[in-house]
Design a protein around this ligand. Structure first.
Ligand code: NAD
Ligand code: IPM
Ligand code: MN
Length: 354
């Protein structure tokens, strides 16, 4: 069966990492003997330059007629002050797809122990970040001359649907679910905590549920990350804490994500968690692993190819273990060189499984 995906490269290092991600996906499709059609669309600053709109209708239409979307990254100093910003394009893309659960796994890749701040082995975990609510989308919002305001809003059903995915994952892994909020201060967090607690009691009595305040959780994630196997949290806290996990595993550049709306096959949005990295854009040294890992998640979640997804992850681990790394994780390889090595390992793994 053939597959059709959308690719939105975006700005800065976005096009550099998505180019390599596409090469990898094409290789996977050759090895797996299925056809993969990838159609490119505009988003972000490049879309503003070419159409005046950071998420033009053609891109919206494209992501709705494909099974999965691969996004690079958006943004950059050129567009930071404009009336329309690249980041608005990304938020509109997410809202249009209606995908609310942003799954951000983190693990220390073999060989990177020395570049992480951790002094002992740790397996990693998953942050499930609510992606369509909270401060990112609440109205009213505005900026006056000497005053600005945003609104954080959550409904019980928005909290329940993402918490349910958290409980499902914690249950299947046999670990506690850690829910992170700021319920000592924020009304939305009080609702969050009550709703998650009620859902746990009603539907997941066997899953251990632990609550944390976000400030203390940030500290604890640094000193005892092994306690955070499955985390569920609201949009802004998930954004911040997932970058923290980038620090824990050695670089933001190695983390990918999947955004879905159900614990089974379906349309998904796949993006590395990093941004457009204007400081290194155009140098050919961006770490492509976050984008490649996102491809593995796409194979698992949207393209019904879990075995291929597992091969891609293993090929990435072997590449890093061999020392073929970009400078952010202590190596001297370029973006394409890392992808070449991942593709080479993929062939070895696929050959061995035949
Ligand atoms: P950033 O993630 O772009 O960069 C932070 C730091 O991490 C930089 O030093 C960068 O060089 C490094 N880094 C990030 N990805 C890397 C990679 N793949 N390989 C090697 N090093 C990497 O965050 P920022 O600098 O705060 O933001 C830059 C722009 O990106 C802003 O416009 C921001 O809004 C945007 N942004 C977009 C997304 C997205 O599109 N999903 C995510 C985050 C930030
Ligand atoms: C991310 C980014 C985005 C977010 C921005 C660019 C809108 O930081 O994907 O983590 O905050 O969600
Ligand atoms: Mn972020």
């Amino acid at each position: 069966m053939g597959h059709h995906i959308a690719v939105l490269p975006g700005d800065g290092i976005g096009p550099e990492v998505t180019e390599q991600a596409l090469r990898l996906l094409e290789e996977v499709s050759r090895l797996g003997q299925f056809t993969l059609e990838a159609t490119e669309g505009l988003i972000g600053g490049r879309a503003i330059d070419e159409t005046g709109d950071p998420f033009p209708p053609a891109s919206d239409e494209l992501v709705h007629r494909t099974e999965a979307t691969l996004l690079g990254a958006v943004g950059g100093p050129k567009w930071a002050q404009g009336p329309a910003t690249p980041e608005q394009g990304l938020l509109r893309l997410r809202a249009s797809l209606g995908l609310f659960a942003n799954i951000r796994p983190f693990e220390v890749l073999p060989g990177l122990e020395a570049v992480t701040p951790l002094k002992r082995p740790f397996a990693g975990g998953v942050i499930i970040r609510e992606l369509l609510g909270g401060l990112y989308y609440g109205e009213p919002r505005g900026r006056l001359e000497r005053e600005a305001f945003d609104t954080s809003r959550y409904t019980t059903s928005e909290i329940e649907r993402v918490a349910r995915l958290g409980f499902e994952l914690a249950k299947s892994e046999g670990v506690p679910l850690i829910s992170i909020d700021k319920a000592n201060v924020l009304q939305t967090s009080k609702l969050w905590r009550d709703t998650v607690t009620r859902l746990g009691q009603a539907e997941y009595p066997t899953v251990r549920l632990e609550h944390r305040y976000v400030d203390a959780a940030a500290m604890e994630m640094v000193i005892a990350p092994e306690r955070f196997k499955v985390v569920v949290t609201e949009n802004l806290f998930g954004d911040i804490l997932s970058d923290l996990t980038g620090g824990l595993v050695g670089s933001l550049g190695v983390l990918g994500s999947a955004t879905v709306s159900q614990w089974s096959q379906g349309r998904g949005l796949y993006e590395p968690i990093h941004g457009s990295a204007p400081d290194i854009a155009g140098k050919g040294i961006a770490n492509p692993i976050g984008a490649l890992w996102s491809c593995a998640l796409m194979l698992e979640w949207s393209l019904a190819k879990p075995e291929a997804g597992a091969f891609v992850k293993d090929a990435i681990r072997r590449t890093v273990a061999e020392g073929i790394c970009t400078p952010d994780i202590g190596g001297s390889a370029g973006t394409a060189e890392v992808a070449d090595a991942v593709i080479r390992h993929l062939h070895i793994l696929a050959g061995a499984s035949r």
